[in-house]
Design a protein around this ligand. Structure first.
Ligand code: ADP
Ligand code: MG
Length: 466
């Protein structure tokens, strides 16, 4: 349970904060209590003040009525835990982000720190690679939706600076952009441990730059960025409206490209569609290779769940994976969240993991999903998107301008709801189930052949399932 809670916190908090305050906590379950041990009063107060509410909320979310009472104390866990031998393998070179991988709590074992500054080291934040070592190619499950992106990322890792530069990955949230980006960085470092790889979220990049300006160290800052072998900037849609940062980034970007240093960028949308970013920058983003990551299909979602369960040493019955994957369609992060919740509940209650068990554990998540994606809603959204009349979703008209959107709406209904073909046909003006099937096949073919339709389809999925 605590592990699941930690994973969420790690996602939600800036890594600095997480490493500084949450990582040092030790935990012990005593009857109905979950006791957190903080290394000193300073940390205790801070955590109590800033994070206790959220932690309680997460515990409630994950364990419901059975959620433990949260207690906090200064001290350390009473029983000495057995250190996991794996920890030894994880000795990382210096100068890297603080213990990204050697997560002490994975082992129920937190190193005591003699003072609370030393671990920040001398390296200024921007010099760190910030790579998350648990995001690798090995644990990235491949499927049709991410195959191209993964292949391109592999190429870039094989030939940094020369394969595709920049590599621009886009797609909606929770589909693995950040994961792939780190995988490239990790692979580059694995082959060449001296390579300077820097990962930055774009917001952080902007903050750092502002700080560099304030402290008169902008020249050094620039030099630093221009000397890296690979620069990974995540979620660059957050550059929107930040003109000075865009300007600096533009120059850095050019300098890196000219020197054949690899640049990898991600965004939640196609470069041309990012608002508030200069045209010249957007057009440069497209100089290398631009690839979309789409929401994974059912088989991939099942594979991801099975893989993640296996990584957590959790015995997930295939039909339960299938049940979850069938219902949570839009986003791998939600899939992971659901799995973590099932695991936490199973560990907590000791019950057998059946479909009914999962249904119960995920009740609110599933309800939310079902409420959002109805055939009605799909028809409305598609009609609006293509600027046609809602009645044309069920009309007899065969004109291309309405027939195509109608087919897309049917395909979406098949993909996003649990309705059968005949039910979908009925909702679209009493059409036959073979018409629906034909529409689904047609749309699938079109998505392969036609870039616009592919884009439309992902935009619609995104709108409908966000
Ligand atoms: P994004 O950056 O696109 O919002 P992330 O890279 O943060 O998404 O992915 C969200 C979560 O889903 C991460 O924990 C990531 O490891 C996981 N994930 C996404 N795609 C895959 C995949 N194909 N295989 C395994 N895990 C994945
Ligand atoms: Mg991301």
């Amino acid at each position: 349970l605590w592990q699941a809670c930690l994973e969420t916190l790690q996602r939600e908090l800036p890594s600095q904060q997480y490493n500084m305050w949450v990582r040092p906590l030790q935990v012990q379950a005593i009857n109905q209590d979950l006791v957190l041990y903080a290394p000193n009063k300073f940390v205790l107060d801070w955590v109590r003040d800033k994070y206790a509410d959220r932690i309680n909320e997460l515990l409630k979310e994950m364990a419901g009525d059975k959620s433990p009472n949260l207690k906090m104390e200064v001290g350390s866990k009473p029983v000495a835990p057995i250190a996991n031998p794996k920890l030894e393998l994880g000795n990382k070179p210096q100068g890297q982000a603080v213990g990204q991988n050697n997560h002490p709590l994975n082992n129920g074992f937190a190193p005591q720190r003699s003072n609370n500054v030393a671990h920040l080291g001398q390296t200024p934040p921007s010099l760190r690679s910030n790579l998350r070592e648990n995001y690798t190619f090995d644990n990235f499950v491949e499927g049709k939706s991410n195959q191209l992106a993964r292949a391109a990322a592999t190429q870039v890792a094989d030939n940094p600076g020369t394969a595709f530069n920049p590599l621009f990955l886009y797609g909606s949230t929770g589909l693995g952009k950040t994961h792939l980006m780190h995988a490239v960085g990790n692979e580059i470092r694995e082959r060449n441990p001296d390579a300077k790889v820097v990962y930055m979220h774009s917001e952080r990049f902007v903050q750092d730059m502002v700080k560099a300006i304030q402290t008169n160290s902008i020249e050094e800052w620039k030099r630093h960025y221009r000397s890296v072998d690979a620069l990974l900037i995540d979620d660059i849609q957050f550059f929107a409206g930040k003109e000075r940062s865009q300007e600096e980034f533009f120059h850095t970007f050019n300098a890196l490209l000219e020197g054949n240093h690899q640049v990898i960028l991600t965004s939640d949308r196609y470069p041309k569609e990012i608002e508030g970013v200069e045209e010249r920058l957007k057009s440069r983003f497209g100089w290398g290779l631009t690839i979309i990551i789409e929401p994974p299909e059912l088989e991939t979602r099942v594979a991801i769940l099975m893989k993640k369960a296996q990584e957590s040493n959790f015995d997930l019955p295939h039909e339960v994976a299938f049940f979850i994957a069938k219902r949570l369609r839009s986003n791998v992060r939600d899939l992971e969240g659901a799995l973590n919740r099932v695991i936490a509940n199973a560990n907590f209650t000791g019950k057998a993991v059946t479909i009914d068990f999962a249904k119960e554990a995920l009740r609110d998540m599933l309800a939310l999903q079902e409420k959002l994606v109805t055939i009605d809603n799909i028809q409305k959204t598609v009609a609006e998107y293509y600027k046609i009349k809602l009645v044309d979703m069920s009309s007899k008209s065969r004109s291309r301008s309405v027939a195509r959107p109608r087919q897309i709406a049917m395909a979406l209904a098949k993909e996003l709801t649990n309705h059968s073909l005949p039910e979908i046909g009925a909702a679209f003006g009493g059409r036959d189930h073979t018409t629906v099937l034909h529409a689904c096949r047609k749309v699938n073919d079109l998505r392969e052949e036609n870039h616009d339709i592919k884009e439309d389809f992902s935009n619609l999925v995104r709108t409908l399932s966000s």
